[in-house]
Each structure stands twice: as structure tokens, then as C-alpha cells.
Design a protein around this ligand. Sequence first.
Ligand SMILES: NC(=O)C1=CN([C@@H]2O[C@H](COP(=O)(O)OP(=O)(O)OC[C@H]3O[C@@H](n4cnc5c(N)ncnc54)[C@H](O)[C@@H]3O)[C@@H](O)[C@H]2O)C=CC1
Ligand SMILES: O=C(O)[C@H]1O[C@H](OP(=O)(O)OP(=O)(O)OC[C@H]2O[C@@H](n3ccc(=O)[nH]c3=O)[C@H](O)[C@@H]2O)[C@H](O)[C@@H](O)[C@@H]1O
Length: 427
Amino acid sequence: MNIAIIGAGYVGLTTAAVLAEVGHTVCCVDQDVHKIEQLNNGNVPIYEPGLSELMEKNKSSLTFTTSLIEGATFPVIIICVGTPSLPDGNTDLRFLQSVIDQLAPHIHSHKTIITKSTVPPGTNEWIYETLIEKGVPPHLFHVVSNPEFLREGSAISDMLHADKIVVGLRRDDDQSLEVMKTMYAGISAPYIVTSLTGAEMIKYASNAFLAMKISFINEIARICDAFSVNVNDVAKGIGYDPRIGPHFLQAGLGYGGSCFPKDVRSLEQTARSKNIEPLLLQATQRVNESQIDVYLRKLHETVHDLPRQTIAVLGIAFKPNTDDTRESPAERFIRQLSNIGCTIRAYDPKATLSSDMPNVIQTSTVMEALNEADVLVIATDWPEFQQLDWEKVKQRMNGILVLDARNCLNRKKLEEAGLHYIGVGVG
Ligand SMILES: NC(=O)C1=CN([C@@H]2O[C@H](COP(=O)(O)OP(=O)(O)OC[C@H]3O[C@@H](n4cnc5c(N)ncnc54)[C@H](O)[C@@H]3O)[C@@H](O)[C@H]2O)C=CC1
Ligand SMILES: O=C(O)[C@H]1O[C@H](OP(=O)(O)OP(=O)(O)OC[C@H]2O[C@@H](n3ccc(=O)[nH]c3=O)[C@H](O)[C@@H]2O)[C@H](O)[C@@H](O)[C@@H]1O
């Protein structure tokens, strides 16, 4: 198949690489001239494990352009542009709207227009109606909602081994399911076929549920903390029940990234627009937003005169295996520590601090970050932090306190090395 992908970000590039891998020809369109230049020079502008290798392997099936008009010549068009939050929590749909505005005058043969961007319920129906209003004859296009469920850090494997493929169609569309099955022929997964709006709701409900699971375990961690119980044991204990499952029960600084925070906010606003008070969504966000305060309080309780201390913070990205810092809890924590006057030495294997902050420097190695540090904080659970040589860490630091803000370290090993281990709900 010949496919155009509009928006060459995390989702667009992963989709392009995977669809090229399963035998299609893919043209990636992005308005960011610099990004397209990089891609045309063989450089992948984001860090995602395995992505540059897969793109290199399939380079004969991949092209890159800034021209949406060129993209509009393809019979299958997948929209993967960003859908960020507006200040009021609603979704900013202006990138998507601009794509539809630009596409409409160039639809002269049949197009299957597939939305992969996460969009609020009703958006794909809006796309259909807008194209009709703009004079595109209905026999020249179909609109499909095909939300994406990949995670950054494991994007390629998540897409190649998807647990499901969700396809939302208009009631009268008896063609697009076949198109989707041909497009995903190389991927074996059950199909969930529903309405356009049903598919949009599946995506929002999925992200909201996962975010709620994280806030749930973080609330349990606070209670565990008061009773000196280890929340990891509790997560393990409840996770064996197949009705609960073991995933997304890792307590810590809370969820971040470009999706959970914005999608939970957006679903909250969607509910409100229909006069529904979304109590669980609100609670999920309240727990998440106050999670950093819980860790700060822990530091205040344990460290004398915290504002005068030098803190080594390991982790800047919102999760391991990515360079993404969008709504990163690690970066928020660094900002809070900076606000109260601490001196911060931050390190991350891939991510860079997104803005300058007073008394904060980023180092290029873990050991450099530890120099003169009174306290060490693990803010992102990169595997390499879990495997540190704790004897060496102790020698390098000024103090001995380690705050495990991701509940990911082996406490025994740290204590054997003479370090003092603290956390929230760590027993
Ligand atoms: N990042 C993730 O892990 C996942 C993201 N999603 C959803 O997928 C969508 C895209 O997310 P990301 O890939 O993270 O976004 P991103 O911000 O990394 O990439 C979006 C790209 O779209 C381009 N763009 C914007 N307007 C354009 C236009 N008019 N024409 C051409 N290109 C345009 C931007 O320049 C940018 O390169 C969002 O709706 C997100 O919620 C869904 C699942 C996973
Ligand atoms: O819609 C999206 O964009 C994507 O959002 C998430 O993927 P992602 O944001 O890449 O990362 P996750 O692995 O879900 O982690 C999100 C945040 O939750 C935190 N988290 C995750 C799991 C957990 O047990 N505890 C926890 O605090 C992570 O540290 C991170 O800050 C979903 O997992 C994907 O299915 C979805 O496609």
C-alpha cells in the first residue's frame, strides 16, 4: 500500500517504520522543516530504542517531505499530529484542523483518512462533516478512527505486537475495515470495530484507567508509609489477582509524559461539557499533582536545613528509555527543589533539562552529579541507576541519604554499602 503519514513525531515515525517493515511504502509529512531535513539526512530526531535501526533497514520504502500537497496524493493518509492541552484542560485541535483545511482542496481521488492522534469524542465526526462542508464529495473519502496504544520506550514492539487494533468507522462505511486489515496485515492482533466516537472513547478510557491505577497505588503508598508497610509487596500481592493484574502498580513520583496528564484533563473537560462531574478523573489528577509534595515533605522531615543542601537528581525524562521531558515528574521535582533554594546536580542518560533553573546544572555522568551531593534522589527509574555500584556512590557523595522516588532500588544493597535509604511506602 502507499501511505502518507502526517506528523513525524513519536507516533508518526514509529508508525512509518513499522508499516514500512511490514511491506508498505510510506511518505512522512511534517511542517517542521528542520525535522524533515534531519530525516532526509538519515538522522532520526527523537530517541526511541530500535527506531533509527528500523528506519535505516527500511529506508528504500520511506520518504520525507514538508509538502502536505504531496501527502494528499496518497490513497491512505494517517494523521499523527500533536493534540496538546489548552490552558483550560480542553484539547488543542488546531494542528488537526489545519491538516484537514490543507487536505480538503487536494482530494481528487478516493482517500482513506485515518486519525491516529488522540482526539476527544466527536472529533472524527467533525472531520467528516468539515470535509463535506468544504465541498469534498462523500464518495471520495472515508474517515477512520484508529487510536494508538504504544508506549514511548517500547514503541516498536508495542506496535508490532499490539494487543488489539481499534477501528472506528461510520455506520455506512463498508470499505475501510478491509483497508485497515490490509494495512495491518503483518500485525496479528484482535480487531475491535466500533463507531468513530466509540474508538475515541476507548483511547481516552484506556489512558484514564491506567492513570487511575497509578494514582491508586500512589495513594496506597501514602497509607503504607504511615504503617511502615512496603507498597511493592502490596502491589505484588494484589497484582496476582487476574482481576487486578500486576501492571501499572509501580508507586513513585506520579505519572507524566505527553499523554496521561493531557488525556485525563481532556476527558474531564469532555465529561463536563455534558454536565457530568467526573469524580474519579478529578481524584486521579489530585493524587498525581500532590505526589511530588509527598516526596518533598519526606525530604524535609529527614534532612536538616534542606534548602542549603546539594542534591544529586538522577533522571530528568518522564520515564526510562526516552529523551522526552514533557510533563516530567522528575523535572517538576527538580524545579520544586530549586524553588526552595537547593543546589541541584541533575543527570539523565538521554534527556536534557527543558529550561534553565536557578542553582541547577546538568552533568554528563552519574559520578559527576554525585560530587559534593548531600542527598541523592532517583527521579526516573532508568535500569542503569538500579545497577549502580553503591560503594562507589557512597565514596563520591558528601552525605549518605538516598531518596528512591521511584521505588526501584534494592534497599538491602544500598544499606550494605552504608547508605541511608528512604522513600514513600518502602516499609
Ligand atoms: N507519544 C506517544 O507515546 C503517543 C502519542 N499518542 C498521540 O499521538 C499524537 C501525536 O503524538 P506525538 O507523536 O507524541 O507528537 P509529537 O509532538 O512528537 O509529533 C507531532 C508532529 O506533528 C507535526 N505537525 C503538527 N502540525 C502539522 C501539520 N499541520 N502538518 C504536518 N505536520 C504537523 C509536528 O511538527 C510534530 O513533528 C497525539 O495526539 C498523542 O496524544 C498516542 C499514543 C502514544
Ligand atoms: O497515549 C499515549 O501516549 C500512551 O500513554 C502511555 O504511554 P507513555 O506515556 O509512553 O508511558 P507509560 O509507560 O504509560 O508511563 C506514563 C507515566 O506513568 C508512570 N508510571 C507508569 C507505570 C507505573 O506503574 N507507575 C508509573 O508511575 C511513568 O513513570 C510515566 O511517567 C500509555 O501506556 C500508552 O498505552 C499510550 O499509548
